[in-house]
Design a protein around this ligand. Structure first.
Ligand SMILES: Nc1nc2c(c(=O)[nH]1)N[C@H]1C(S)=C(S)[C@@H](COP(=O)(O)O)O[C@H]1N2
Ligand SMILES: [Mo]
Length: 230
């Protein structure tokens, strides 16, 4: 009898010790994730830090200076429309875009005109593959991207057929967080940062070769080539 009572007590003690240890671990964990900078995007525990020997920047290294701040799009109702000078206008949801087209990965550097840069491993789909699906008409000359915050920017259609330009949904293997452009950010290789439109909601094919986006209307170069002044 005496033996059984003793072992009951040890079971109780072990349980109590586990609960205390769990509690202490939880508090320590909370303190760890709350320390550090005030950037709301803290994904350093999951994003990859280098790729094929190249050191990558972190998602936290972007300088947030969007025209209206971060945008939080409803993931359930989000739709991307491809419209304008196309034979087959398309409306795609997040899964349509990410499941339907082949995925491509590449490391590309974004340079903002303000003087900072980030090198990120991007994953996305070719813009060309989506445009092909919508069947551009002969007089489609310009591709205009519109975003949830009212931002826009544009490119000659040839940009997407001359180079494998992707629209990304992952940065450093992590789904793009709302603060960085969920669902999609254009990886506008060789163009200044203001051409890398985030929170994309519409892609319009247009006849208008003089279209100017948000920063372009405010005096920035329309080609936005990184090897030229902005
Ligand atoms: N929709 C949208 N996309 C945008 C912008 C913006 O204000 N709105 N800013 C652009 C600029 S100027 C840069 S440098 C890049 C990266 O900006 P971020 O660091 O603020 O994310 O996003 C570009 N895409
Ligand atoms: Mo920028």
């Amino acid at each position: 009898m005496e033996d059984i009572r003793l072992s009951n007590r040890s079971v109780f003690l072990v349980l109590l010790a586990s609960i205390l240890l769990g509690g202490v671990t939880y508090i320590a964990y909370q303190l760890t994730i709350r320390s550090g900078n005030n950037n709301p995007v803290r994904l350093d525990r999951v994003e990859v830090k280098d790729y094929k020997g190249k050191k990558l920047s972190s998602i936290n290294d972007f300088v947030e200076n969007s025209i209206k701040g971060p945008q939080y799009i409803n993931k359930k109702t989000y739709e991307l429309s491809i419209k304008g000078q196309v034979a087959k206008p398309l409306i795609l949801n997040y899964q349509d875009v990410t499941k339907k087209y082949r995925h491509y990965e590449k490391v590309v550097r974004l340079d903002c005109v303000e003087g900072w840069s980030v090198t990120i491993l991007w994953e996305g789909v070719l813009v060309k593959d989506m445009l092909d699906d919508a069947v551009p008409k002969k007089d489609a000359k310009t591709v205009i991207f519109y975003a949830y915050d009212g931002y826009s920017t544009s490119f000659p259609i040839s940009y997407f057929y001359d180079k494998p330009i992707i629209m990304s949904f992952k940065m450093n293997k992590v789904e793009i967080p709302p603060e960085r452009g969920w669902p999609f950010m254009l990886v506008a290789e060789d163009k200044w940062g203001y051409k890398w439109v985030k929170w994309i909601t519409e892609i319009e094919l247009s006849k208008d070769t003089d279209y100017e986006g948000y920063w372009e209307r405010r005096g920035y170069s329309n080609t936005g080539d990184r090897n030229k002044p902005f």
